[in-house]
Write a new protein. Structure first.
Ligand code: FEO
Length: 395
C-alpha cells in the first residue's frame, strides 16, 4: 500500500514488525525495522531502492497494484545491500531492461550478489537526471556510509534527500514521519544505529557532512531507508550526526563485567559506588555482559568517557564473553575513550593484564594497571574497589 510523502512522492516499502536480529545476528532490532522504498511519479516514473529479499514477491505485487510496472522509467539503487536491493531480482523479471542508476561499486555488489547483467548506469557525485516537471535527481556518492557502494539521491523541487542508510533507525512504525512517533524512542534507536553501524566511519562522515553542506541544498525532507522519514526539522538529525561523528561522549562511566561466582560482580558494584561517591554528576551504569544485549552495550560505550571492564581469570585469560565484546569494540574504532580493568582470581590471576592489552589494542587509553582481587572480595576488598572507582574519577 503506497503512502504519500509529498506531492508525487510515495513510500512503497515494507514494515517488518517481527525483525529482532539484523545483519545476520550482528545487530539487535528490538523494535523491528522498515525497508523504505520510494516511488516518484513525475513525467518520468522513478523507483528508489526496494526491500529485503524475503518480501520481494509482496513488494512487487503491491507495486503492481499501484502502477503498471512497465511504466517505471528509472530505478535508483542507492545501495547494494540485500535489505534494499533484495526485491530487484523479482522486479527485474517484469522489467528486465529498465535502467538502474547506481555507483560503480554498486554494480560490483549487485552483480556479485545476483549475477545478473542488468542495464546499469553508473553515476557519480553531481550527476543528474531530468524526471520532468522541472525536477531533477542529483546523486551524491556516500562511499563508506556505510558500504563503498552507498549513495544518496536528492530530488529538486520537492527538496527531498533520499539518504538510504544514513540518518536511519531500526524502528518499525506505520507512522512514517518523525513528528508522528515517540521522540525518546526515536532518539534511542537513532543513537544505537549510529553507535553500532556508523561509528567506524565517523571521519568519513564528518567530511561527507561538510560536502553536503557545501552543496547548499534546501533539504525539506530526509527520506531514509530504515525507520521514519525526517520532515519536522529534518536538519536536526544532520546536526546530531555532526555531534556523534566528533568522538562523541557524555559525562558517563560504564562498568561492564562478566562473572562466574559473583566475585567480579561484587567488585563492579563497589567500583560503581566509588565513582558515584567521588562525583555525583557523573552518570554511572553497570552491566553484566552475559545478561545484556551487546548492541545496547555498544551504545552505552558510545556515550561513555570511560569504561571499566571486568572479568575473572579463567584458564589464564578472560571469559570468552568479555574477549568477544572487546572484539566488537575494536571493530567500532572508538576514538578518545579511556578504559580500566578489574577482575577476581583464585590462582594465577592474568585477567586484568590480558584486559589491559585487549583494550589498548582496541584503541582505548588504559589509564591504570587495574584492580585484581584474590578470591571473593571481603569488606576490605569492597572498600578497595570503591577507592579504585574514586581514583578513576580523579584520573
Ligand atoms: Fe540498510 Fe546497508 O543496508
Amino acid at each position: 500500500m503506497k503512502k504519500l510523502i509529498k506531492n508525487n512522492v510515495y513510500w512503497v516499502g515494507k514494515t517488518d514488525w517481527e525483525l529482532r536480529k539484523f545483519h545476520g545476528n550482528e545487530y539487535s532490532t528490538h523494535k523491528g525495522s522498515t525497508y523504505n522504498s520510494y516511488l516518484i511519479k513525475e513525467e518520468k516514473t522513478v523507483l528508489i531502492d526496494t526491500v529485503w529479499a524475503p518480501f520481494k514477491e509482496e513488494f512487487v505485487d503491491n507495486l503492481a497494484n499501484e502502477i503498471d510496472l512497465k511504466s517505471i522509467d528509472y530505478i535508483i539503487a542507492n545501495h547494494g545491500e540485500v535489505d534494499h536491493s533484495g526485491a530487484l531480482t523479482e522486479l527485474m523479471k517484469h522489467i528486465p531492461d529498465t535502467p538502474i542508476y547506481c555507483t560503480a561499486n554498486a554494480v560490483k555488489s549487485l552483480k556479485g550478489q545476483y549475477h545478473k547483467d542488468w542495464n546499469f548506469n553508473i553515476v557519480k557525485t553531481g550527476d543528474k537526471i531530468d524526471i520532468g516537471n522541472k525536477k531533477e535527481l542529483i546523486f551524491v556518492e556516500m562511499s563508506m556510509l556505510h558500504w563503498p557502494d552507498s549513495m544518496a539521491t536528492f530530488l529538486t523541487g520537492d527538496n527531498i534527500l533520499f539518504s538510504n542508510d544514513a540518518f536511519g533507525q531500526h524502528l518499525a512504525t506505520e507512522s512514517l514521519f518523525n513528528d508522528k512517533v515517540d521522540e525518546c524512542e526515536l532518539f534511542a534507536e537513532s543513537i544505537k544505529y549510529y553507535a553500532n553501524i556508523l561509528t567506524p566511519f565517523s571521519a568519513v562522515l564528518r567530511r561527507k557532512l561538510d560536502e553536503i553542506t557545501a552543496f547548499n541544498l534546501q533539504i525539506d525532507i530526509i527520506a531514509t531507508s530504515h525507520g521514519v522519514i525526517w520532515r519536522d526539522n529534518p536538519m536536526q538529525i544532520v546536526e546530531q550526526y555532526a555531534k556523534w561523528a566528533n568522538d562523541y561522549k557524555e559525562n558517563q562511566i560504564t562498568v561492564i563485567y562478566d562473572t562466574m561466582w559473583n566475585g567480579t560482580k561484587t567488585l563492579a558494584e563497589n567500583i560503581a559506588k566509588g565513582i558515584k561517591d567521588a562525583d555525583t554528576d557523573t552518570i554511572v551504569k553497570v552491566f553484566n555482559l552475559a545478561k545484556t544485549d551487546e548492541n545496547d552495550l555498544v551504545t552505552e560505550v558510545f556515550k561513555s568517557k570511560l569504561i571499566v571492564l571486568g572479568s575473572p581469570t579463567m584458564s589464564n585469560t578472560v571469559l570468552h564473553s568479555v574477549a568477544g565484546f572487546i572484539h566488537i569494540l575494536k571493530q567500532m574504532r572508538f576514538k578518545d575513550k579511556k578504559a580500566a580493568s578489574f577482575g577476581c582470581y583464585g590462582w594465577s590471576g592474568e585477567s586484568v593484564k590480558v584486559l589491559n592489552g585487549l583494550l589498548s589494542d582496541a584503541g582505548f587509553e588504559v589509564i591504570t594497571d587495574g584492580l585484581k582481587n584474590l578470591w571473593n572480595p571481603d569488606e576490605d576488598a569492597k572498600k578497595a574497589a570503591q577507592e579504585f572507582g574514586k581514583s578513576l574519577v580523579k584520573q
